[in-house]
Design a binder for this molecule. Structure first.
Ligand SMILES: [Zn+2]
Length: 139
């Protein structure tokens, strides 16, 4: 006998990564209490409900914090240097670790904590290669 609680972590997160590979951002949603959940879980952390699905996420958020990596990247990210990562909080109270698009000048000088940011997926090849949320400054 199987239940949703016996689903492995890869199956649990697959809808999230599959959406990113399509250039879309989704979050898990609890039908019982109507709250959004990130990261994906087997049970709602608010009401312990198990009727969870994935829904389109808000594409506007606030940059909580960020860092620009210019040297010393983790293995596998050497060719991405320089790059920026940040914690983005969405309007529906979920947060992601995200890549940040450089400004028009190719750097990240226009970013600041609490800045408004918007989701803008990378091109299809990059989203297939590394399915992560990408956010940038509006406009
Ligand atoms: Zn719930």
């Amino acid at each position: 006998m199987t239940s949703s609680n016996e689903v492995g972590m890869e199956a649990l997160t697959e809808p999230y990564y599959a959406a990113l590979r399509r250039g879309e951002l989704v979050v898990q949603h609890c039908k019982a209490c109507s709250r959004d959940i990130m990261y994906p879980r087997h049970l709602c952390p608010f009401c312990y409900g198990d009727d969870l699905s994935f829904v389109p996420a808000s594409t506007r958020g606030v940059l909580h914090s960020f860092a620009v990596h210019r040297i010393g990247s983790p293995t596998g990210f050497e060719n991405d240097l320089p790059y920026a990562v940040g914690v983005v909080k969405l309007a529906d109270d979920v947060q992601f670790l995200a890549r940040l698009w450089p400004d028009a000048d190719g750097d990240w000088g226009g970013y600041a904590c609490d800045a408004e940011v918007v989701f803008r997926a990378a091109d299809a090849a990059e989203m297939q290669r590394r399915p992560v949320p990408w956010f940038g400054l509006p406009g």
